[in-house]
Design a protein around this ligand. Structure first.
Ligand SMILES: Cc1cc2nc3c(=O)[nH]c(=O)nc-3n(C[C@H](O)[C@H](O)[C@H](O)COP(=O)(O)OP(=O)(O)OC[C@H]3O[C@@H](n4cnc5c(N)ncnc54)[C@H](O)[C@@H]3O)c2cc1C
Length: 454
């Protein structure tokens, strides 16, 4: 392949928009929770988010589910911290729903209400927000990052900071600062979410009808990919359905051309799904309409930092213990692929879901053998090799394909954010590199701030 033609930009003097202790790139719950935990410890914090609202996948891609915060046997709570605080805030607004009888899922929330609560958290903690602002380049001195260059309505500007957290999901800061990053051989597919009204009215007129089974014969004519969308609830808005879009396989969302194509294809599919319902059911589906399309593509995975430790599937499923554990979870190894979804549960069960829905169960571990009540994530998986003042959190965590399949959900990425925020503050106070943070001090401070440390 020929290299792209290039253009030389003239050297440029740019204004310093802000100076602070910690600059977080990416304002999903991961990034905001990092910022809040650092601010509560006295750090001056800024958050840079390219979308118009905070929340990342949870708001701009309408991924509105948080999974279990308890151990496998539901005998004890293993996740606390800001997630639990935000659940309580959303509960006051009637914007969250417990879904305990269903395996895996625990809460559904209203994404719009979450975005407003995240704004409130930012304001309450004196965090400097930069919305509609894209991080574009680091300024380096030796191995240190000294500033993040952003582009927003003010033009090209810099944020100077002592510590940085990359919570951008795709590693924009990590990779542009020259730290090593890798992609798994087969990336998990992307999905594009939307919202519809009128499906509840259709349900009332067609009780007991399996919607997808009925419309599936129309799929080919509508250019539908080989997986079904699924319907979710929007707490506080009973007439609205969240539609988790069909999977688009083989998309690398960190590639600008592939991202653009997937967004347009995702929107086309979102509307085609509703067209299929109207075509099949005629008058009884006359109220079905597309209400909104997501701001952002639903991205399950792109890059991972190369850190001091790469968590493996064996460690995760075996419940390996780590002296520097900073997060705990029970979510299964959940890998979406062209053949459907494969899930390995901590309790030894294995589920294979076909692309069109419908699961088959077997065991990856024989019945009666001991299983882990939860898994642990070590701090070292957030510390890029060679980094002095950069941590990663969220999708960038260093994990093999299997371990990442479990770590990638928000109850886990949220804890990573909190740990990164506290660790950055410790590094700042101790004038140390992020790799030298004392794990005992980190765990103690996390526990003091409301995280559960086991
Ligand atoms: C279809 C789908 C269904 C899923 N289902 C669930 C589920 O049921 N439950 C669950 O818990 N998880 C689910 N997940 C996974 C989960 O949503 C994500 O893995 C998780 O939210 C990742 O969080 P993150 O903070 O690492 O990344 P993101 O949420 O992607 O956040 C990254 C943030 O950084 C910003 N950003 C990126 N680049 C820049 C830049 N250069 N400058 C400034 N800002 C930048 C982005 O705009 C974004 O706000 C699902 C994912 C998908 C796609």
């Amino acid at each position: 392949m020929n290299p792209s033609p290039t253009l030389l930009l003239p050297a440029e003097r740019i204004p310093i928009a802000h100076e602070c202790d910690l600059c977080v790139i990416g304002g999903s719950c991961t990034g905001i929770f990092a910022a809040v935990r650092a601010a509560r410890l006295g750090a001056r914090v800024a958050v840079v988010e390219l979308q118009s609202q905070f929340g990342g996948m949870a708001t701009t891609a309408q991924v509105n589910a948080w999974h279990s915060i308890e151990d496998v046997g539901r005998t004890r709570q293993i996740i606390g911290g800001l997630l639990v605080e935000v659940v309580a805030r959303l509960r006051k607004r009637g914007a969250i729903r417990d879904i305990t009888p269903v395996h895996r899922d625990q809460f559904n929330f209203n994404s719009a209400e979450l975005a407003v609560e995240l704004d409130a958290l930012v304001t309450e903690h004196g965090i400097r927000p930069f919305l509609c602002a894209r991080f574009t380049a680091p300024v380096m001195e030796g191995g240190h990052i000294v500033a993040a260059v952003i582009e927003d309505k003010g033009g090209r500007r810099a944020i100077k900071a002592a510590q940085f957290i990359d919570a951008s999901g795709d590693g924009d800061l990590l990779r542009r600062a020259g730290f090593e990053a890798v992609r798994h051989d087969a990336l998990q597919p992307v999905s594009y979410q939307s919202q519809a009204i009128g499906i509840d009215a259709w349900h009332r007129k067609n009780p007991g009808v399996n919607l997808w089974e009925e419309i599936r014969p129309l799929a080919e004519a509508h250019g539908f990919p080989g997986s079904n969308p699924w319907l979710g609830v929007v707490p506080g808005a009973p007439s609205v359905h969240n539609i988790f879009g069909a999977r688009l396989n083989g998309v690398d969302a960190s590639d600008p051309e592939e991202l653009t194509r997937a967004l347009m294809e995702g929107r086309r599919i979102a509307r085609a799904f509703l067209d299929m319902i109207r075509e099949r059911f005629g008058e009884s589906a006359s109220e079905v309409a597309l209400l909104s399309v997501a701001q952002a593509l639903g991205v399950r995975e792109t890059w991972h930092a190369v850190c001091h430790h790469r968590l493996t599937q064996d460690e995760l499923l075996g419940g390996a213990r780590f002296h520097d554990a900073i997060a705990y979870g029970t979510y299964p190894v959940d890998i979406h692929h062209p053949g459907g979804t494969s899930l390995l549960y901590l309790d030894g069960r294995e589920e294979v879901v076909s692309p069109l829905g419908g699961g088959a169960w077997k065991r990856w571990k024989p019945e009666g053998e001991p299983t882990a009540p939860y898994f642990q994530l070590p701090y070292r998986c957030l510390v890029p090799k060679g980094s002095q003042n950069l941590l990663v959190a969220g999708r960038l965590v260093d994990a093999d394909r299997g371990a990442y399949g479990a770590l990638r959900v928000q109850v886990n990425t949220n804890q990573m954010g909190e740990a990164a925020g506290v660790a950055a503050t410790l590094a700042l106070e101790g004038r140390k590199g992020v790799g030298e943070v004392d794990p005992t001090a980190l765990r103690n401070l996390l526990a003091k701030g409301g995280s559960i440390m086991l």
